[in-house]
Design a protein around this ligand. Structure first.
Ligand code: NCD
Length: 358
């Protein structure tokens, strides 16, 4: 079927669209060969990743002085963004908020449905349509899997399509976290992720960050993944199938200590017990999935320790003092790569001055 006809057909029926293969969906979220919405990690290829890293590096450098920061803060001063974050968030929310402010975007926010007309019985879809009338970008975190995608699908059908960025969607995806994670791998490991062994630890079943990061690995040659979790919290089959399809080697284990010495990057995560049905993760012994000060002696001298944060007990706080603990830098990288992504979505990335040219 011809692309436009396909898009029209897919634009009519959400259930049909939602059930479609990702490859068929992706064109729906791009315009003129550029991302319009950012919903899935599968939207990023290697060229785009490298390009966004370069844009983020340029933004960091050029905004170091007032002239550069002022120039960049004019780029989107005529635009407004809505941050609709109806699931707990500290760093993703603040990171996006400040990314918008770096570019001059004005922001408004809803952080709790109890303060919106959803309490009067308005459907979430109508609420989203309402606030889309006032803004030029929607950044959304939502507990219901698929809701962010549905919002973007819906926005692409109306006369004034507003781009949508996924700031964390249920248990399914968190693509901008994956983006900042690979940006961190790129900055902190010589040669970036290529040829590296990346060990992901914790609640791999319900953590959306490890899912989105796994998808991005198809863009790097020679990556090996090791998934470390209790048997009850193993990585879901859809991700394992994706890795097999893309010939990305992985193995699964519950023996963290045995794999520490081979890791180039250790990606720690917390237990996502908000998804428990009957407090089932309370009965698990999670202490074997923690990283302690003594483990610093076991890992490679140039390995890095990452975490999407927030942490609970997975990483002992004294570990923070070691140079290999990069999670606070990882957090800050998020703001810059999100600013790069937003500048790209609006097509102003080419107007960011080179450092020293302001
Ligand atoms: C993660 C999330 O919300 O999925 N946090 C984040 O965005 N940095 C991870 C988590 O909550 O454990």
């Amino acid at each position: 079927m011809e692309q436009t006809a396909l898009m029209t057909e897919m634009g009519r029926d959400w259930d049909k669209f939602h059930a479609s293969d990702i490859a068929r969906k992706l064109p729906f979220f791009s315009r003129e060969n550029r991302l319009h919405d950012c919903l899935f990690s599968q939207q990023f290829d290697r060229a785009l990743l490298d390009y966004l890293f370069a844009v983020a590096d340029r933004l960091r450098a050029v905004t170091q002085n007032k002239t550069g920061a002022d120039t960049v803060s004019q780029l989107l001063a005529h635009k407004r963004a809505m941050l609709y974050f109806v699931q707990p968030s500290t760093r993703t929310f603040l990171s996006f908020l400040n990314a918008c402010h770096i570019l001059g975007l004005k922001t408004s926010e809803i952080r709790d449905t109890s303060t919106s007309s959803e309490m009067k019985g308005e459907s979430p879809e109508d609420t989203v349509r309402t606030f889309s009338s006032y803004v030029d970008l929607i950044i959304m975190r939502h507990p219901t899997p698929g809701f962010v995608e549905k919002t973007a699908w819906f926005m692409n059908r109306i006369k004034r399509p507003v781009p949508v960025i996924n700031g964390g969607s249920g248990k399914d995806q968190h693509p901008t976290q994956a983006l900042l994670d690979v940006y961190t791998l790129h900055r902190s490991l010589p040669g970036g992720p290529e040829g590296k062994t990346i060990v992901m630890v914790g609640d791999l079943k319900r953590g959306r960050t490890v899912r989105s990061l796994s998808y991005l690995m198809k863009n790097y040659r020679g990556v090996k993944l090791v998934f470390v979790s209790p048997p009850q919290l193993r990585m879901e089959a859809d991700i394992l199938e994706f890795l097999q399809r893309h010939a990305i080697p992985y193995r699964e284990t519950d023996d963290f200590a045995s794999v520490m010495p081979e890791a180039d990057a250790i990606y720690m995560t917390r237990i996502q017990d908000e998804h428990d049905q009957a407090e089932e993760s309370k009965s698990l012994d999670l202490s074997r999935f923690h990283f302690r000060a003594q483990d610093l002696k076991v890992i490679k001298p140039n390995a890095i320790i990452m975490h999407p944060l927030p942490r609970r007990h997975e990483i002992e706080p004294v570990v923070d003092d070691d140079d290999r603990a990069v999670f606070w830098r990882q957090e800050r990288n998020g703001m810059w790569i999100r600013a790069a992504l937003i500048s790209y979505i609006f097509g102003v990335d080419g107007q960011i001055p080179a450092p020293g040219k302001t």
